[in-house]
Write a protein that binds this ligand. Sequence first.
Ligand code: NAP
Length: 313
Amino acid sequence: MSEPIRLALVGMGKIAHDQHVPAITGNGDITLAATVSRNGEGVDGVPHFRELADLIASGIAIDAVSLCTPPQVRRTIAAQAIAQGWHVFLEKPPGATLAEVAHLQTAADSANISLFASWHSRYAPGVEPARAFLAHADIRKVTVTWREDIRVWHPGQAWILEAGGFGVFDPGINALSIVTRILPRPFFIADAELDFPANCDAPIAARITFADDHGVAIAADFDFRQEGPQSWDIAVDTAEGTLTLHDGGARLVMPDGTEPSHEDALHGEYAGLYARFAEIVRAGQSDVDIAPLRHVADAFLRGRRITVEPFVE
Ligand code: NAP
């Protein structure tokens, strides 16, 4: 058995504490060797640094980093890590632009290190069984409803509604990461409307229609203003009935009404991500699929911009 991968966590905010720390602690192949955050709390007993440069200067032995910062600053930190020869796990979205992710991939290949563009929703338990069923299904229509309350789920995260923060595509890209995984054919944006609050540089809602070459329509409704019941659902109408993924992929209902999986949202997703990261590091590979990010970029390229009322948290 090889030595555990010595990993530093960077950007000790919500997702780092809620999901990364427990997933790393639960993975015997990875050890948390350091944390880096300008203001965030570290972890008891683990060396903590304010900047990545301070970690580098400390000389602590590190093999890999996980970047849990907002996307706007991810490329610069990833480039510093790659220059150290460290493997890099990128939280979703893997960057703020397509060009910077392509560049990180080239830099990682040249440095012979592993780059992981993680998509946690793809590790929800309903996703792979849905993909297996849909590989041979006669698909008629796909409806994606991703409506959540930004005030409940992202309090104090001003970066989300700033330029490069993705706005409603911060959660919406999770839906796209699932849809690009479970549908058997590529699809393309036909039409998009993006609602920008008058005081923000990122959209608070978006309605997108995609189509594939077989004429299947995929309608996505993303909204950050949802109060009351929240929705993270994907319904796929097929000749045999409707397959539905609820709760971000945690619960799958097959067309015949059976439920092969039903777990709490996010449960197990980060354990799956870290198992995959350890696997690609050991195998000397990278795993970078930009399909979800490409659809978001296309929505910005192709969509109509609508100005809506200002957003005040
Ligand atoms: P967050 O709570 O705001 O944490 C991000 C951390 O990054 C901050 O604590 C901050 O720590 C650090 N940071 C570094 N540079 C920053 C900058 N220029 N502006 C703001 N913060 C900066 O955000 P989060 O919810 O953990 O999300 C982080 C990433 O994980 C996002 O890409 C998000 O899409 C993804 N994610 C989030 C969730 C979720 O449920 N929240 C789920 C899955 C994935 P310091 O100020 O201490 O440096």
